[in-house]
Design a protein around this ligand. Structure first.
Ligand code: SF4
Ligand code: SF4
Length: 434
């Protein structure tokens, strides 16, 4: 049996649109936290000259990532900006000189073994580009390499509108396979499965051309039923392996890596250019000319929206409409893990009217993990940590299928997020009492 969620409109309007470069922004705002873990520490000050790829923030601790300048120009100031999480983070604001001069230290890394490979991935500033933002070198810092039995390459790109991974697969196929070669050579991985949905025929054909010349790599085509790109879902549907509750893919012998992250690693090993720009899909009901845009990291989103002729959006998201996060304002910058900016018109952005639950059970039957969002909502309302624990709300991957299918338009995924926080609190209080 495969894990499924629900059928949703794909709206992949930009799949055939090759990325186009955005005109140089007037300034870029580069936050020191574009990853899970501790923010980077700024190593530049007002007035400093920087180039493309100059280190502007060094990693602070093991779970952290360095940050590089995406433009050549002058540092205008360091300021605290509010991120979509609500937290304030220091950002380096740079005025581009328009020349995009590369930093003179940029050169391909010297990689000879596993340690130097992991070091190179750390220096590149790579983080999970599928939206997770977890520092990639941490994921690859495996103590026992024999535990990695298969690498699942996440090419499902199941969120509506987003086609930036699709463009990677079509435009940077060589680099995906250079990344695969590196994982083979330095980590000893022998088996790779590229999990991809059946609505991306062109990508499947392109990838299969390369697979036929590369030992140990195959595509696994899954039905385009959302959320195939969910880590637990994709691992199970492509390998039959189950990631244990509270565990990591590695506990099931698997590393999961997003296809664009892998292509970036392959490209970095060849060029030494760190993570400084992104292909961002700009689409949504408020966008007149949807495009895939190549933007320096730190570019204000309003520049992308004006380039794609967005009409006064009522709501702007980082990411797609199912799992995307609302941005605090159109001044918010493109981050390392920004794969899409979706701008909604008033009609799409207006939350539907909520009515009482009719106990239809659709939320349960469409949950890919067979959780019971209706019971979770009840337990959350009753503040029952015990019930939330037994209902396994911590497994919820916040895919939004339950909210999408609910005829009463209950805010189920929103409640689940709050319920997960309540369960963490309950568990930590339980630990304290021991
Ligand atoms: S309960 Fe969580 S995992 Fe299940 S459908 Fe809802 S959001 Fe997705
Ligand atoms: S889908 Fe909505 S109405 Fe149906 S049981 Fe779940 S919460 Fe209730």
């Amino acid at each position: 049996m495969k894990l499924h969620g629900t059928k949703i409109p794909h709206n992949k309007n930009t799949a055939d649109k090759a990325p186009v470069a955005l005109p140089m922004p007037a300034e870029v705002v580069i936050p020191m936290s574009m990853h899970i873990g501790r923010p980077a520490k700024p190593v530049v000050k007002r007035g400093d000259e920087v180039r493309v790829g100059t280190l502007i923030g060094e990693a602070d601790g093991f779970i952290s990532a360095p940050v590089h300048s995406s433009v050549s120009g002058k540092v205008l100031r360091l300021e605290d900006i509010r991120m979509s999480s609500g937290a304030f983070v220091t950002a380096v604001v740079i005025e581009p000189d328009g020349n995009q001069t590369p930093d003179e230290n940029i050169k391909p890394p010297e990689v000879t073994d596993f340690e130097s490979f992991v070091d190179a991935v750390r220096e590149s500033g790579a983080v999970g580009l599928g939206g997770a933002g977890f520092p990639s070198f941490v994921k690859l810092s495996v103590r026992d390499l024999s535990a990695v039995e298969v690498v699942v390459i996440n090419a499902a790109e199941c969120e509506p509108y987003i086609t930036s991974d699709t463009r990677t697969m079509l435009d940077k196929t060589e680099y995906i396979f250079k990344g695969i070669d590196a994982l083979k050579k330095y980590m000893g991985v022998k088996k790779f499965v590229i999990g991809i949905e059946d609505n991306k025929g062109q990508c499947v054909r392109r990838l299969n051309e390369f697979c036929s010349k590369t030992e140990g790599v195959e595509t696994y085509v899954v039905s385009s039923v959302y959320p195939q790109g969910g880590e637990k879902v994709l691992v199970y549907n492509t390998t039959g392996r189950v990631i244990p509750q509270g565990g990591l893919p590695l506990d099931a012998g698997v590393i999961v890596i997003n296809v664009t992250t892998l292509a970036f690693v392959g490209e970095y090993l060849e060029t030494g250019v760190p993570l400084v720009s992104k292909v961002v899909t700009v689409d949504g009901t408020a966008v007149s000319e949807p495009k895939n845009v190549i933007a320096p990291i730190g570019t204000p989103i309003k520049d992308l929206l004006s380039f794609c002729k967005a009409e006064e959006p009522s709501k702007i998201l980082y990411g797609g409409p199912m799992m995307g996060i609302a941005v605090p304002s159109a001044d918010a910058p493109v981050l390392k893990m920004t794969n899409a900016v979706v701008a909604m018109d008033e009609k799409e952005a207006t939350p539907p009217k909520t009515t009482p639950c009719i106990n239809c059970g659709r939320c349960l039957t469409h949950c890919p993990l067979r959780l019971d969002p209706r019971a979770i909502s009840r337990a959350y309302k009753l503040k029952s940590g015990e019930d939330l624990e037994s209902l396994c709300v911590d497994l919820c991957m916040e895919c939004g299928c339950c909210s999408y299918v609910c005829p009463a338009k209950r805010p189920l995924v929103q409640t689940n997020k709050l319920a997960k926080a309540a369960l963490r609190d309950y568990k930590s209080k339980k630990e304290d009492k021991k």
